[in-house]
Design a protein around this ligand. Structure first.
Ligand code: 5GP
Length: 111
């Protein structure tokens, strides 16, 4: 079972910032910037490419809400929203996830 399935089931700990019946979101263990968050479906999908459309639509709604919360609460100046699909594109965890990466004008972009 992949690491995000285990986090979704609660058998591996994470710093959770959101959860509902279909989706979990938690801070990235190796953040690109302060507040780097991952939005993950509880149901296993390999990547964006095979995520059922209704679930994808819900994921995007959650990602938008969380992106606005990060903007408000972290006082960041912008945010990257991205998903790597397949190893050749940089995907390292074989379970679909959306990265939310806050960006700050007056501080280093990377931690
Ligand atoms: P990818 O490279 O697949 O687009 O992104 C995977 C992300 O998952 C990476 O940014 C990596 O730091 C993060 N990650 C990998 N393992 C864990 C983990 O066990 N816990 C958390 N919170 N993040 C993880």
């Amino acid at each position: 079972m992949d690491i995000f399935c285990q986090i979704a089931q609660g058998s591996i700990p994470s710093h959770k910032v959101y959860e509902d019946d279909q989706v979990i979101a938690f801070f990235d263990i190796a953040p690109t910037s302060y507040g780097h968050t991952l939005v993950v479906p509880k149901q296993h999908c390999d990547s964006f490419l095979d995520c059922p459309p209704e679930l994808l639509s819900h994921m995007m709604e959650v990602a938008q809400k969380l992106a606005n919360k990060l903007m408000d609460h972290l006082n960041c100046d912008g945010i990257n929203i991205l998903s790597n699909a397949k190893e050749a594109a940089g995907q390292s965890v074989p379970h679909f996830h959306i990265h939310l990466i806050p960006r700050y004008e007056d501080s280093p972009k990377d931690l």
